[in-house]
Design a protein around this ligand. Structure first.
Ligand SMILES: [Zn+2]
Length: 315
């Protein structure tokens, strides 16, 4: 039976009917309403439209934020005015199907584990390098959520003591050194320094600011300043991966998100820094580092499959 996956992003809601092999049968997308009541209406409308004419096993909803361990309540969402929102209950009452709610990075990681870059391993860590840094952990073939459901927030593990202030209220989180936003900061610093930063500085002068697309274009053109920024970013991600390997011992690290399109230009410095910082190097089995495969569909595919898993385990 098909399942439905809904991915609520900051700007759009994506939804799809997904089959048991992770293939998308049908999909829809609409802009994300700012008002929580209108957002709920939009999700209900999308579920009704996607499930029209055929039975569905369950609906999985993915959103950024802290979700409780029972996959029901959104404790906190950064992009939506939700605080302790019983989203599962509200949706189930309106659509009459089993609904489960999960963190968006968890959903993307699960999709990679089941159908993408992680499908041949039992233990995997995924880091999604977007504006921030999302994390997902699969351990022993299961998604790791933690005791309260708020685990695997890998973007907020501390990397630099007394480092840069983070939106979470702490200092020195990985997100401040390994995210798309961090890449732009590093690119700006290289532009300020002159030398290899000349093309970055020129781009910034022309357009008023550096953004992800323009820095990405310079990286693709192998501009020395932009690739140096990417190497800095990769170095921090590799250092963080070494700490994660000491704790979790995954067979594979998967990198997704907008910055991951750089491919080996990102992975090479990650591998280098990983080996430099790996405890007991030479005796510790070494995981591999790969780029995510599912890209834009990971959220909906993972949400749908997590809902299917929930139904199978609670039948
Ligand atoms: Zn933080």
């Amino acid at each position: 039976m098909h399942a439905i996956g809904i991915d609520i992003g900051g700007t759009k809601i994506a939804g799809a009917v997904v089959d048991e092999l992770g293939a998308i049968v049908r999909s829809e997308r609409v802009p994300t309403p700012g008002d929580p009541a209108l957002l709920e209406d939009a999700v209900v409308e999308m579920i009704r439209s996607l499930s029209a004419g055929e039975p569905t096993a369950a609906v999985g909803v993915a959103a950024a934020g802290f979700i409780d361990a029972a996959q029901s309540i959104v404790y906190y969402a950064p992009n939506i005015r939700w605080r302790n929102e019983p989203f599962r209950e509200k949706l189930e009452a309106r659509v009459g199907t089993t609904v489960v709610v999960d963190n968006d990075a968890n959903a993307a990681g699960w999709a990679e584990f089941r159908f993408g870059a992680g499908r041949l391993v039992s233990d995997m860590v995924m880091l999604t390098i977007g504006t921030g840094v999302g994390g997902a952990i699969v351990a022993g073939d299961r998604l790791f959520r933690g005791g309260f459901g708020a685990g695997a927030e890998l973007g907020h593990m501390r990397l630099v003591p007394n480092g840069i202030a983070c939106g979470c209220g702490q200092h020195g989180c990985l997100e401040q050194y390994g995210s798309g936003r961090a890449l732009l900061r590093m690119a700006g610093e290289i532009a300020d320094a002159g030398g290899i930063g000349q093309a970055l500085a020129r781009t910034r002068d022309e357009h008023g600011a550096l953004d992800g697309r323009r820095v990405g274009n310079l990286i693709a053109a192998e501009d020395p300043g932009a690739t140096a920024a990417l190497r800095q970013l990769g170095h921090w991600l590799g250092e963080a991966s070494a700490s994660l390997a000491a704790v979790l011992d995954p067979q594979r690290f998967v990198f997704g998100g907008g910055v991951a399109v750089a491919g080996d230009l990102l992975l090479d410095p990650i591998r280098e820094a990983f080996l430099e910082h790996l405890p007991a190097r030479g005796y510790h089995p070494e995981p591999d580092f790969v780029i995510a495969e599912l890209v834009n569909d990971a959220g909906v595919v993972g949400a749908a499959d997590l809902a299917r898993v929930w139904v199978a385990e609670h039948a």
